[in-house]
Design a binder for this molecule. Sequence first.
Ligand code: ELE
Length: 283
Amino acid sequence: MAEIIVPILTPFNEKGEIDGEKVKTHVQNLLRKGVDIIFVNGTTGVGPALSKDEKRKMLDYVLDVTNKVIFQVGSLNMKEVLELVNYANERDMIAVASYPPYYFSIPKDFVVKYFKEICSASKHPVYLYNYPGATGKDVDVNLAKEIGCIKGVKDTNPDFAHTIRYKELGIKTYNGLENLAIASLSILDGTVVGAGNYMPELFSQLREYIKAGDMRKALDLQLKINEIDGTTIPYGKISSMYYLVKELQGYDVGVPRPPMYPLEEDKVKELIEKVRKIWNKSE
Ligand code: ELE
């Protein structure tokens, strides 16, 4: 069955520290609602904004609940990347993953070297997190072929044909966009969806419709997911999630940490009203 993967948000308290208990409550709920795998330190989890120590903490809090984990270790500090890989080596999980080194203009062979180093250090399968829109680098199927040791890929890419091509490598392939979940759940190994943090049941339901061959209902539900997801954009997708988890899932996951700024009270109210209206509409 196609997998639903949630890149878990990182719960912070008012002082900007990670709240471990909130992580665990959240993971338990996601698994109960049909999520299969937790992606740690992804974009939604503000991976690039976490220290090495915080990345390790997030991993351990999630591992306290489940070993169905993909651990994102990417950083511009190679020493820290390898330390995180070694940390992962001592623990049970599905895979480690990384985005390519971002920000800098570097030749492709540096990207190849980066992933090869991770592969040599890791006892777990190594997955590629390809998000060209954010990293400025496209590690496409040809570059992945050159790297040679990639065992899975999460491609956050509106170009679905680009994502499908990784299947030439026979590796686990996921697309990371909410609005392509219907396609990802139908023909890929699954979907990685940030919005799964606050509406996991909608993605589970989507998978059920697809499994039953009820594509008309699946499409309607996909459109509803798009509408809710789209509503959050002007408020900041990541910041919005903290308030929507509380509203729709019923427990506190703390607050976002700047530069993902917390939302003003009136904005939260406005956001929740808009989302509730769509959420309550019958399919
Ligand atoms: C999504 C990205 C995409 C989920 C992660 C994910 O968070 O690690 O803002 O929708 O382009 O791929 O969060 O973010 P947007 O994989």
